[in-house]
Design a protein around this ligand. Structure first.
Ligand code: NDP
Length: 343
């Protein structure tokens, strides 16, 4: 765990995930939560009491002027991430933004540039690449355990909890299973293969008992450089489907079960000429804690976030291509995102 001094956080967005996921993680790693910004003054105050923050505010200027906020965690609805990150960067605050980073790649580029100009860290809370199970799988692949990777399969089909059946099921930009789940898959697979998908083909649908908004199920096939094919299954409608990540190569296969959840859980199996055995993952620190640790180190000039703005944009590029493929019924190239890593 990080030895860097703790951060004082402001929450931009009085959201479920901040209260249930990230604030507990901030406390676990010894950080402070000082202020909350909401669009509603009464909700801001109620929420600040709930999470034990000093102040709940509806005035962004007053919130961003606070000198007891070193970094902001942006977890508003997806359509607000762009403007809120730009405002935070202009105020000199480091930013951990929820996924998807934004709604368009132009927005992502503006956010990345603004944070770079302001000299603040921008990270995206794609927590899965931080998980120890995912690190172990990446290490196995990089170490040649499966030989040449040929195919990856991601099953990320769950039942959307009742308390979250709100804007995700609507038809505003940023709603739907692709912007919620496929974008996570892309963050995982891009990191695993060290490349970004180059083209996508996809079908989406509406399976749930709720009024049809954007898609609540999506299946995609992606092509990565090196003729690696990836298939994803994302859904809000599937109560009993274990999440799985499989990597199949010419010398071995990895099957990981229960590893696409926010919790530090899941099992990794390796099959090769020697048979099938469990690959032990002894480090069971919470992915959010690991994300916060890397973020804090980056704020203090040591290393980089697990998922930076460019990585977040690359994950979004895949999700946007999936949506476009489903809309048009065609294979769609994934837009290139220029950044530090060369694909
Ligand atoms: P919520 O629906 O809980 O919150 C979104 C916004 O809705 C809040 O910012 C808040 O607006 C408003 N809101 C919520 N509850 C109330 C209320 N009782 N009264 C008034 N306003 C309310 O969103 P989620 O927590 O589900 O998601 C937020 C973000 O986090 C999204 O970008 C999502 O993609 C991401 N997320 C990421 C996860 C991950 O695995 N990394 C998991 C879950 C979510 P205001 O800010 O104006 O108060």
């Amino acid at each position: 765990m990080t030895t860097a001094p703790p951060l004082r956080w402001g929450l931009v967005g009085a959201s479920d995930i901040a209260a249930t996921g990230m604030v507990p993680a901030m406390r676990r790693v010894g950080h402070e939560v000082t202020a909350v910004l909401s669009g509603s003054a009464s909700w801001a105050r109620e929420y600040a009491d709930r999470v034990g923050a000093r102040a709940g505010l509806a005035d962004p200027d007053a919130f961003l002027a606070r000198d007891d906020v070193d970094a902001v965690y942006v977890s508003s609805t997806n359509d607000r991430h762009h403007d809120q990150v730009l405002a935070a960067a202009a105020a000199g605050k480091h930013v951990l933004c929820e996924k998807p980073l934004a709604l368009t790649l132009d927005e992502c580029a503006a956010m990345t540039a603004a944070c770079a100009r302001a000299g603040v860290v921008l990270a995206v809370n794609h927590h899965l690449p931080a998980a120890s199970t995912h690190r172990a799988i990446r290490d196995l692949v990089a170490g040649g355990a499966v030989g040449r990777p040929l195919a990856v399969a991601v099953t990320h089909a769950t039942l959307l909890p009742g308390r979250l059946r709100d804007w995700r099921l609507g038809d505003a930009p940023g709603a739907g299973a692709v912007m919620d789940l496929t974008v996570h898959d892309a963050s995982v697979v891009n990191a695993l293969l060290g490349t970004t998908a180059v083209e996508a083909t996809a079908l989406v649908g509406n399976q749930g008992p709720w009024a049809a908004g954007r898609e609540d199920v999506a299946m995609a096939v992606l092509r990565h450089p090196g003729e690696v094919l990836v298939r994803t299954h994302d859904a809000f409608t599937s109560p009993y489907t274990p999440t799985t990540l499989e990597v199949h190569g010419d010398e071995g296969s990895i099957r990981a079960v229960g590893v696409l959840t926010p919790e530090p859980e899941g099992t990794v199996w390796l099959t090769d000429a020697g048979g099938t055995r469990e690959h032990e993952v002894p480090d069971r620190r919470h992915p959010y804690d690991l994300t916060l640790a890397a973020f804090t180190d980056a704020v203090h000039g040591a290393g980089r976030p697990v998922v930076d703005g460019t990585d977040g944009a690359r994950a979004l590029a895949v999700a946007l291509a999936v949506l476009e493929s489903a809309r048009t019924g065609t294979r769609v190239p994934v837009a290139a995102v220029v950044g530090n890593r060369s694909d």
